[in-house]
Design a protein around this ligand. Sequence first.
Ligand code: ATP
Length: 360
Amino acid sequence: MSYILFGGTFDPIHFGHINIAKFALEKLSADKVIFIPSKNPRWKDPISSADRLNMINIALSGEKDFIISHFELDSTEPVNYSIDTIEHFVKLYPNEKLYFLIGFDQVDNLDRWHEIDKISKLVQIVAISRPSYPYNHELLKRYNVQVIQGKEYDVSSTDIRTLKSLYTPRGVIDYIVDHKLYFTKSVEAYMSSSRFLHSVSTAKLAYDIASSNGLDPTIAYIAGLIHDIAKERSDLKEIMEKHYPQYINMPSFIYHQFAGEYIARTFFKIDDERILEAIRVHTTGDRAMGKYAKILYAADKIEPTRNFDSKSLIEAMKSNLTSGFREVLKAQIEYYKSKNIDYSNNMQMRCFTYYLKEER
Ligand code: ATP
C-alpha cells in the first residue's frame, strides 16, 4: 500500500483540494489519500475545527480512496508541526510508501518548515501546480520534491470565504449557508430574515436549473444569493443618480436591480460579468439575456417559497432553458395582468417582445 498525506486548513474544503487529491492518487498510483485537517495552523486563523471537519466529511462522503485523519485535531500540542504528523504516520505504516502532498504555493515556504530536512527524508514531498505560483527550482531540488502537473484549479478557500467562488460541493455550500459561516453573515446584514430565506431559496433553485442545463451551478447560486442585496436600502435613489442616471426614470421598484449590481461589484468585489448582468436585469429581464440572467430572472419568480404552485415552471426551466424561459415570461405577463401591474417600461417590454413575439 502507498499513502498520500494531505494536510491543510480546509477552511473550507473545495474542489481544488478534492481534484488535486484525485489527480495525485492517479499520477502516483497510490492507494489512499489521507486528509489531515490542522487544528492551529501557524499562519492562519480558521473557523472552528468542528465546522471544518463537518464540511470535509460532507465533501468526501462516498469517496472510497479518501481517509480523514483526526490526528492533528485531537492533538493537545499548542502548535501542530508537520514533522510530528509525519512521524506518527511513519510509525503507523512503517513499511509503506508515504507521500506528502502540497500545492505549489507552499514550495516557497518549505525553508520555514520545522525540521524540513528530516521531513524530506521520511516522506516523498510531492508538489502540484497551482495557478499563479511559479516554480521555485532551487527548493524543489534541495528537498527532493517530486512535481506533478496537470489541470490547474483556480480556487482557494479564501475565494470561498469571500464569495468570489463557490467551487465546492453543494453539500458544503448548504452547510456554509445553514450555519451562517463566512460570507453568509455579510449577505444577511443587507436584508431582513424573510428576504434572506427567499434569496437562499432562489440560489438553490438557480443552482439546480443551471446544473440540469449543463451550466456552472455555482455562478447561478452566487447570483441568486445576492440578487436582492439592495432591495431594502434607503439610498437607492442616490445610487441611481450617481451610477445609473440613464435608468432614473424607470419605476422605482426596479431600482434595486441596478443598485444590487453596484453593491455586488463594489462591496462584494464580484467581477464575473455573468453574475453582474444577472443581478442587473433580474426584475425586468431584457433583450438578448445571458444564460445566467435567464436563470436568475426565472428562479426569483418561481422559487418554491413563492405563494403559488410553480412546479411545472420549475420543471420546464430544468428540462430546457430556452423554452422554459419563455414559459416563465408568459406566466409573468399573466401575473402582471391579474394584479393590474404596469409592465410597460422599456426593459420589460424589450424582454417580452424579444423572447415572445417571434418564436426564436
Ligand atoms: P487559503 O485560501 O485559506 O490560504 P487554500 O485554498 O490554500 O486556503 P489550504 O487548506 O490552506 O487551502 O490548502 C491545503 C493544501 O492544498 C496546500 O498544500 C495548498 O497548497 C493546496 N491547495 C489548495 N488549493 C489548491 C489548488 N487550487 N491547487 C493546488 N493546490 C491547492
